[in-house]
Design a protein around this ligand. Sequence first.
Ligand code: MIC
Ligand code: SF4
Length: 639
Amino acid sequence: MAHNLTQKILAAHSTGPLPAAGEPIALRMDQALTQDATGTMAWLQFEALGVPRVKTDLAVSYVDHNTLQMGFRNPDDHRFLRTAAARFGAVFSPAGTGICHQLHLENFAKPGATLIGSDSHTPTAGGIGSFAMGAGGLSVALAMAGQPYVIPMPKVVRVTLTGSLQGWASAKDIILHLLGLLSVKGGVGKVFEYAGPGVATLTVPERATITNMGAELGATTSLFPSDEQARQFLAAQGRAGDWQALAADEGAAYDEEVTIDLNALQPLAAAPHMPDNVVTVASLAGLGVDQVAIGSCTNSSYADLAQAAAVMQGGQVAARVDASVNPGSKQVLAMLAQDGGLVTLLQSGMRVLECACGACIGMGASPVSQGVSVRTFNRNFEGRSGTKDANVYLVSPLTAAQVARQGQFTDPAGWGTPPAKVSLPATPPSIRHLFHFPSQEGSGVEITRGPNIVALEMFAPLGQTVEAKVVITLGDNITTDHIMPAGAEITALRSNLPAISEHVFGRVDAGFVARARAAGVGVIVAGENYGQGSSREHAALAPRHLGVRVVLAKSLARIHRANLVNFGIIPFTFVYAADYAKVAEGAMVKVNAQALVPGGEMLVEVQGAGQIAVKNDLSPDEWAVIRAGGFLNHVKTML
Ligand code: MIC
Ligand code: SF4
């Protein structure tokens, strides 16, 4: 039988036969990655599992998010991560080496391998044909301990690319186009597999821009075939041996089809405040711009920055604009230094910042009040930039550089001839010596913790009935940035649950924490796609710390749903969406936990609304996890 690429990779990693779409599939994970903001918790959890050494073929612990080191918290976390990596057998990537996804693509990702990462943009590695998924830290810890990772069997969408990119259109515009077409929930439960004659025209870094931002579709992951472009990329990275040809079989079946004519694409922008609010750059002509930021795991490759430099050549950043660049890795920065692009950027007035996430996660470079900020990033959620009333537009590096020069959006029709396409030099400088590779034996390494690293909290098991108060009601597409905001001050508290919990819903509803505390046991009520965006498990863990035991939503994002289960929160959805409007904040909800059947429906008692039908899509194992009070308790019970 003809198989698509997803079926091939999943069949090779599944512990059983491939199930129907939506049914659970348990997958062996070949590789794992963590980053510092989610990693401190993930490694504390790994330690709590009591497994002496990581069991995946490879695990890499990157430090790229909290690199500001304002005070002792970040550096203490970094030291903890470095010593934990040495102890448990992970590669360690120190602060400033680069952004986890760019580094992983360059140095470790392999066609056909599975990868789990405690970051929602882990699918970046799909650009080289790796089946890569984002997950909460505890899910990654369990995978590193050798447990299979369970996901709902995805549907597979074939995205056929025809033609080739013309003029100023770039890879970013392909994924922005798709987001405009399908929306931020259009990819839930799906894998996007790219095919067609347009694929061969895209280099691996361009493909990685597309698979990276597939996360914004809510997709499980995105995949490109492993072909001649992939071979060339791996050979340039000194990893020719990691290449294998990988493509869907002729005549393979797909659940859905989309076709994109690359010839017809023009520069696009995601307007405030969602990545699917897509408009043409031409339609924004005349809009003044205060800030331009180039970088992030979406657009910080050598080609991205070299092309931005080519646009800045002979010109200057407009006086009203604050412009910055965060290269994706030290390899990218070294290549830019070698080809002169770095000097061009510096001479144009751009600020060249560290090889790290930087402004993307609100680590500095916030825009001015009510400012217009144009970024090559992947998320423009309200407030994420650190300036609550800023308006963030997401664009390609080519568009960003044009805007930086002109101080406003202009019509690409007047931009003249675009710079030539850039490919990797045949032998890019290697930075592999900067990684700390673990020695064979780590049991003697002492793990060092600072005072901000608080011991894990164990939660109480679920009672027979849950009586809880609705502590907040929310609309559609609530992101984990709304639930658990980031930025330098709050992210520094990721290893201190009591402290970070003070900030839950802080940018949405300042009274939430006090209300949740007063309620004792709480219910969160939400609309569609609750918990989209970042994989941060603190968006489940911190509400749980504040007493939340039930989330009742119209629908839930995949990673967040799994995080809720991991920390003992029941993820219910409405059987009838119309019932959503009947549940008021402050109402008492009564759930008879004994009557809950995994995968079934039941009635819950809601004060003021009577009985409401809810359903769950839990497996019996997941229900056991929730009843135990979370996965760590569950593991202990099993032992
Ligand atoms: C993000 O882009 O929001 C992050 C920061 O990379 C998160 C992870 C985190 O919150 O630490 C993600 O995308 O998963
Ligand atoms: Fe870092 Fe931004 Fe990518 Fe998240 S989206 S990993 S914060 S660069």
